[in-house]
Design a binder for this molecule. Structure first.
Ligand SMILES: Cc1cc2nc3c(=O)[nH]c(=O)nc-3n(C[C@H](O)[C@H](O)[C@H](O)COP(=O)(O)OP(=O)(O)OC[C@H]3O[C@@H](n4cnc5c(N)ncnc54)[C@H](O)[C@@H]3O)c2cc1C
Length: 284
């Protein structure tokens, strides 16, 4: 769905409760965890995202700039209020014609907000990743960069709210460098809460040459577990959820083509999984 097609009629004023950098100081990537509070009942489900409106005017003469952010956590709030956590990566890009650096509008606006500031939000939108009703379902979760955000809420929901999950949960988290890993690094590992669960395992995939902007090396993380993953994919009770930036699709296609033996075989397989509602992507 195109951004223009989202319903932005219902708007909420949210207050920034806190904003904290969650990438290491040495990292070039700045990802901030922002906690927002809404003085209303803003009900949402795990896997949904919110819209953020950055007031204009903006350079390209649009009055409002609208972007989406996945809900990364669902903390409890006082009665009559709601809290939402989002993880936002500060985006900038070099214009290929002018060579000038431009800052992404919404991500910089959000990363610059401080506690007490107001932000207009809309939504929530979409239930991209549904928790299967059958607790024996297996889940392969693949998150790249800020694509880890929905899975943080998702895994927490499975083990803390749904409970007694019987299926295997395999989380693959890719980033260009270890410094870009959020929620799963040496200072802070929110997933550590679930390592004791027999059903849960998490793996990281990093780029071998981080400074070269090389693709994430999914091969080591995924291919070295090929047997288990292929077995899981053969099980009709396995669901694959993928979140992150667009290039991840091609990166994963390459790896899965090698794992399944050929590109053609993988494309057929993937199409079957998608058609069966067993392969779902949230790519941006
Ligand atoms: C469902 C969904 C969930 C999302 N969840 C998250 C999340 O949890 N966390 C998160 O950080 N992001 C998330 N995103 C991405 C987010 O919505 C924004 O796209 C992102 O923050 C960048 O928006 P921006 O306004 O800062 O940048 P914009 O101002 O929109 O610019 C964004 C990009 O556009 C390109 N671009 C624009 N103009 C030019 C130009 N002249 N030359 C070259 N390149 C150009 C660049 O690649 C630039 O990086 C999600 C997206 C979707 C669709």
């Amino acid at each position: 769905m195109k951004l223009d097609d989202y319903d932005k009629q219902r708007r909420y004023e949210a207050t920034v409760v806190s904003s904290q950098r969650i990438t290491a100081d040495e990292s070039d990537a700045e990802i901030r965890e922002i906690v927002l509070e809404i003085a209303a009942d803003f009900s949402f489900a795990i896997g949904q995202s919110i819209g953020v409106i950055t007031p204009g005017p903006h350079a390209l003469s649009h009055d409002e700039h609208f972007r989406l952010y996945s809900i990364a956590d669902t903390p409890t709030a006082e009665a009559g209020k709601s809290r939402i956590v989002i993880a936002v990566r500060r985006v900038n890009y070099i214009d290929e014609y002018s060579g000038e650096r431009y800052d992404g509008i919404s991500s910089n606006y959000l990363c610059d907000r401080q506690a007490g500031d107001r932000v207009t939000i809309t939504g929530p939108y979409g239930i991209v990743f549904e928790v299967p009703e059958n607790k024996e379902a297996n889940l392969i979760l693949i998150g790249a960069g800020t694509g880890i955000a929905p899975f943080r809420a998702f895994v927490k929901h499975i083990y803390q709210d749904v409970r007694d999950w019987k299926g295997k949960v395999r989380l693959f988290y890719g980033a260009h460098t270890g410094l870009e890993l959020v929620y799963m690094n040496e200072h802070r590992d929110d997933f550590a809460l679930y390592y004791d669960e027999d059903t849960f395992e998490a793996f990281t995939a990093l780029s071998p040459r981080p400074n070269w902007a090389d693709p994430i090396a999914w091969d080591y993380a995924l291919e070295s577990r090929s047997e288990e993953i292929l077995e899981m994919l053969d099980d009709p009770n396995t669901y694959v959820y993928v979140a992150g930036l667009e290039p991840v699709r091609d990166e994963l296609d390459d790896v899965f083509a090698r794992m399944t033996g050929s590109e053609e075989r993988w494309h057929r397989r993937r199409a079957e999984l998608v058609a069966g509602g067993r392969w779902t992507e949230l790519l941006y």
